[in-house]
Design a protein around this ligand. Structure first.
Ligand SMILES: [Zn+2]
Length: 164
């Protein structure tokens, strides 16, 4: 169950997303990774600025967290993301042994351009994972997070649609 601690870290992720929106080459997705109540990694999406399709907020934060604790395994850590993680970031979370994924806006709250697959998503990957020690929870400050993104029915120019 999400609690006030979760909301606090999600607010921090929202601030990172806003910073990403203002940064050159960034975009408004923020992520915080917390271990034992302490932030060990954080970041925003910087795919454009880094010329790196894997530089999603979650991957940026995981790399920083791994460097901070000098361990690629982040067992017991919670990952907070303003947007439901994509397939790549969900898989990376599984590989990183992250214990819990908490996200704000979900697929239904935003435009489909934020996701690479028409049907498969975070829940499918988590459900099918060999690991059983991983939890996922969505909808924390969902309305605040959704404001950062294009809405479900919005018509977007082709150049804005990151997934096609
Ligand atoms: Zn991602």
């Amino acid at each position: 169950m999400a609690d006030s601690t979760d909301e606090g870290f999600m607010r921090h992720a929202i601030a990172l997303a806003q910073a990403g929106q203002e940064a050159a080459g960034g975009s408004p997705i923020g992520c915080v990774i917390v271990l034992d109540g302490r932030i060990i990694g954080q970041g925003h999406n910087q795919t454009e600025g880094d010329h790196d399709p894997t530089a999603h907020a979650e991957v940026v934060a995981m790399r920083r967290a791994g460097a901070a604790v000098r361990n690629w395994e982040l067992r017991g850590a919670t990952l907070y993301s303003t947007l439901q993680p994509c397939g790549m970031c969900t898989m990376a979370s599984i590989w990183a042994k992250i214990g819990r994924i908490v996200y704000g806006a979900g697929r239904g709250d935003v435009h489909s351009m934020y996701f690479e697959d028409r049907h498969l998503d975070t829940d499918d990957f988590i459900r099918d994972a060999y690991r059983r020690d991983i939890g996922i929870e969505g909808g924390v400050l969902a309305a605040d997070c959704a404001k950062l993104y294009y809405g479900p029915g919005e018509s977007l120019p082709f150049e804005e649609q990151a997934n096609i």
